[in-house]
Design a protein around this ligand. Structure first.
Ligand SMILES: O=C(CO)[C@H](O)[C@H](O)COP(=O)(O)O
Ligand SMILES: [Fe+2]
Length: 224
């Protein structure tokens, strides 16, 4: 029996952020396994979202849920302590702008958070594979980071397949353009942690959409 689990983490990027608490609570009530919080600094990506002050406020109202922050920032080391103080559970950062990946992984763990390592579509999988033993999860981006609602890049599945073949129990996350029409592709490639923004937020039946995404992925895991 594999201990891999299919987990669905909606991204609140394209939700009504004036209602962040209500939107987040609704996603959790509708079956989300965790929340994927997209932090952008306007440097690493050409967009700005929010930072640790907002995450801390959200945490004060939502005590139990697993929070993953997807740090699309130029200097991920800078925000480790503030995000730990906001009770973030997993700190996922991009390795592209960083020269001391191992130090950052260590610091994240010292501050009580899990480590996620993310790569952009143009970054070879070998670049992140070097650090796999230092991480709890690898995020393969399936759009250029920066904006929600973009088209899923199917060619990124070769990276997911490669990782799954070599690391059968590794948590592998996909993020960007993932929804009911692309989930089969992600599941077959071997992703088990699924970020979905627009497709879940805009769904007429959020609970049914989350359930469909999870059961599609879990089915592939169970068949192996
Ligand atoms: O990291 C992201 C963008 O950089 C988002 O998590 C991602 O785009 C989710 O939104 P959608 O499912 O609408 O693509
Ligand atoms: Fe994201």
């Amino acid at each position: 029996m594999s201990r891999l689990r299919a987990l669905i983490g909606p991204s609140i990027l394209n939700a009504d952020l004036s209602q962040l608490y209500e939107e987040s609570q609704k996603l959790l009530s509708n079956g989300a396994d965790y929340l994927h919080l997209d932090v952008m600094d306007g440097h690493f990506v050409p967009n700005l979202t929010f930072g640790h002050p907002l995450v801390k406020c959200l945490r004060s109202k939502i005590k139990e849920a697993f929070f993953e922050t997807h740090m699309m920032v130029q200097n991920p080391e800078q925000w480790i302590v503030p995000m730990a103080n906001a009770s973030v559970n997993q700190y996922t950062f991009h390795i592209e702008p960083v020269s001391n990946v191992a130090d950052i992984c260590r610091k994240i763990k010292e501050n009580g958070m899990k480590v996620g390592l993310a790569i952009k579509p143009g970054t070879p999988v070998e670049t992140v594979e070097r650090y796999v033993d230092l991480s709890d999860m690898i995020l393969i981006m399936t759009v250029e980071p920066g904006f929600g609602g973009q088209k899923f890049m199917e060619d990124q599945m070769t990276k997911v397949k490669y990782l799954r073949e070599h690391y059968p129990l590794l948590d592998i996350e996909v993020d960007g353009g993932v929804g009911p029409s692309t989930i089969n592709c992600c599941a077959r490639a071997g992703a088990n942690m699924i970020v979905s923004g627009t497709a879940v937020i805009g769904a007429s039946d959020q609970a049914a959409t989350i359930k469909l995404l999870r059961s599609t992925v879990q089915q592939v895991i169970d068949d192996h």
